[in-house]
Write a protein that binds this ligand. Structure first.
Ligand code: ARG
Length: 594
């Protein structure tokens, strides 16, 4: 494992040193280097420095250029530097430096991407469906985004603890368990119910509806259901055993949806709301004793100066309700105590709908006051927006119900399979291959549409667009990958090709090469800000640059002889590996033939 500094990082260093050589007091001046259309890179740092020094920027730029190793010599990274405009430096790197850097990446299994220097422990709270309830599109976003963030952080060397904070506790379970006691065979399995996941869900749904109806219409049942909640929270064995049946039944259903989604959920990472039940009393006691929470109208509340309702009255966080019950907030506060105190996390992430923003703001602030979140711990809600229908309104079925996640996935796979079939038949794919690829393309399309949108934004769920071969889609990227594989098959060569740094590069090769070199920097940035859409856009750009390269630079029939064929094969191979690694981090598969 050898990490590789990007050309951008090497230049950054060289320009910094040159700035410091020109102005000795400027050791920490930022060269403000970025990729540019005019040359390969542009550094704008001279301007600010000249201003600070009260000197002429163009003259200072000339001094910096003189201090830069350029145009040959032992350090041949920089091919040329030009001063432009008021004092910008336009820097062109040498073709040899590009190819050498890429060769170093290709020699490393991690493509030269470094591990984080100071890895910490991050708890990611994501994929948190609710027991006995259907999963809907909101759970899609949390799962897809959370899974990508977990993968990206782990790839960077972070210690990640996954937490699926499922909704498995609360008053509705009193009602459900009581109903099951009174109608004991309602969760029994019968022979002819079809797929396990769907069957589980329909049993649960039936029970949920029937018990809900009774709860509304029958006061006495309501009372029995209430008492049942108390039994549950007190740990009465029979009640707990029945409750467990709901959880187990739901897990069968969750499993079936997650396996469709191609997301792995491990049982030990499912720590639902019930997992914190034993801490609730203590959490409230601690809040009360420290004065962080106070009793108000019979409820234990935390108040905030800056959080008020429309009527101007303060909106409190309620940790214990008037009936003595504990709510969502008490559980989340207890979870924080567990995650910082027992799991020793230094970062807590919550991939949850934007509509819960106020909840998390209040919970974090409360935990800070209580000392459970110290300055050493970062807690962040990563809020995501709503999935919209084509009419621009929250995505619903025609009859106005929320869309079942499974239906949506099935449709995506169906549509993608049709797209894959059209091309696949031409290249002689078997029916089995078409089905397998259709699944990978369809699920990839759903994930990519989600991940390529910046987190907080709403987006329209438009399957036509999502499985389109043109445009910013995963299918487009998957095709680019498959194309690289087909080139290798044609070359009759599976093993890697050698790089030839002595060869001059075409513009399309340089553009592709410089982008490949930026993979590690992109990942570092994505992991820093938790924004998977930056990785999505990097990969889309990579696929586009590869397409241009493929159109402009013949690979197997390159005119420059065998070395050039090899060097181009080498570029194809590194592109393939980068695309595959990148898509894998987004949870998206790469079919070999499309
Ligand atoms: N189960 C909740 C829902 O479906 C999301 C849980 C989010 N996580 C948390 N720690 N509160 O809305």
């Amino acid at each position: 494992m050898a990490s590789v500094a990007s050309l951008s990082a090497s230049l950054q260093q060289r320009v910094s040193a040159a700035l410091a050589a020109a102005v000795p007091s400027a050791v920490d001046a930022d060269p403000l280097l970025r990729r540019s259309d005019r040359a390969d890179f542009q550094a704008n740092g001279v301007l600010g420095l000249a201003k600070r020094q009260k000197t002429n920027p163009q003259a200072l730029a000339a001094e910096v250029v003189a201090a830069l190793p350029a145009g040959g010599g032992a350090d041949d990274t920089i091919a040329a530097v030009e001063v432009s405009g008021p004092g910008f430096l336009n820097i062109t790197v040498s073709d040899a430096a590009i190819t050498r850097n890429l060769a170093a990446r290709a020699a490393d299994d991690r493509l030269g991407v470094p591990l984080s220097e100071h890895p910490g422990t991050t708890v990611v709270d994501y994929a948190q469906p609710n027991v006995a309830k259907e999963m809907h599109v909101g759970h899609l976003r949390s799962s897809v985004i959370g899974d990508a963030i977990v993968r990206i952080l782990e790839f960077g060397g972070e210690q990640v603890v996954r937490r699926h904070h499922i909704g498995d506790w609360g008053t509705q379970f009193g009602m459900l368990v009581q109903y099951l006691i009174e109608h004991p065979h309602q969760l029994d399995h019968s022979e002819d119910e079809g797929e396990a996941g769907e069957a589980s869900m329909s049993r649960l749904d039936r029970l949920y509806k029937a018990s809900g109806a009774l709860f509304k219409s029958d006061e006495e049942f309501k009372e029995r259901a209430r008492r049942r909640v108390v039994d549950l929270q007190a740990g009465d064995p029979r009640t707990v055993a029945l409750w467990q049946r709901f959880v187990d039944e739901s897990k069968i259903y969750f499993d079936s949806v997650y396996s469709k989604l191609d997301i792995q959920i491990r049982d030990e990472d499912i720590v639902g709301e019930s997992g914190y039940n034993d801490m609730l009393v203590e959490t409230c006691d601690l809040l009360e004793k420290s004065g962080v929470a106070v009793w108000s109208n019979g409820a234990l509340c935390v108040f905030f100066d800056d959080i008020k309702g429309k009527d101007g009255e303060p909106v409190p966080l309620i940790v214990r309700k008037t009936d003595g019950g504990f709510g969502y907030a008490a559980t989340d506060l207890s979870a924080i105590r567990n995650r910082t105190g027992d799991l020793h996390a230094d970062t807590l992430l919550y991939v949850v709908d934007v509509r819960q923003s106020l909840h998390f703001r209040m919970v974090f602030e409360t935990a800070r006051r209580a000392g459970w979140l110290t300055e050493q711990v970062t807690a962040r809600h990563l809020p995501f927006g709503t999935l919209l229908g084509k009419d621009g309104k929250p995505f619903k079925t025609r009859s106005g119900e929320s869309v079942k996640l499974e239906d949506l996935l099935d449709e995506a796979v169906q549509r993608a399979t049709a797209v894959v079939r059209e091309k696949g038949e031409k290249i002689g794919l078997t029916d089995e291959e078409i089905t397998a690829n259709g699944t990978q393309v369809g699920i990839g399309a759903v994930k990519y549409a989600d991940l390529s949108t910046s987190l907080g934004r709403d987006y329209v769920f438009d399957l036509d667009r999502m499985v389109s071969l043109n445009g910013d889609t995963s299918v487009y990227i998957q095709y680019a990958y498959a194309r690289t594989r087909s080139i290798f098959r044609k070359a009759g060569q599976e093993q890697r090709a050698a790089a030839h740094p002595e060869l001059a590069l075409e513009p399309a090769e340089r553009a592709l090469g410089l982008h490949l070199d930026a993979f590690g920097d992109t990942l570092a940035e994505v992991a820093e800000v938790y924004e998977p859409h930056r990785l999505a856009s990097y990969l889309f750009q990579l696929a586009s640059l590869f397409t241009t390269f493929y159109e402009q630079c013949p690979v197997l029939t390159a005119g420059g002889g065998q070395d050039q064929v090899e060097n181009r094969l080498f570029l194809c191979d590194l592109t393939a590996r980068t695309l595959r690694q990148g898509l894998t981090l987004l949870g998206i598969r790469t079919p070999e033939r499309l």
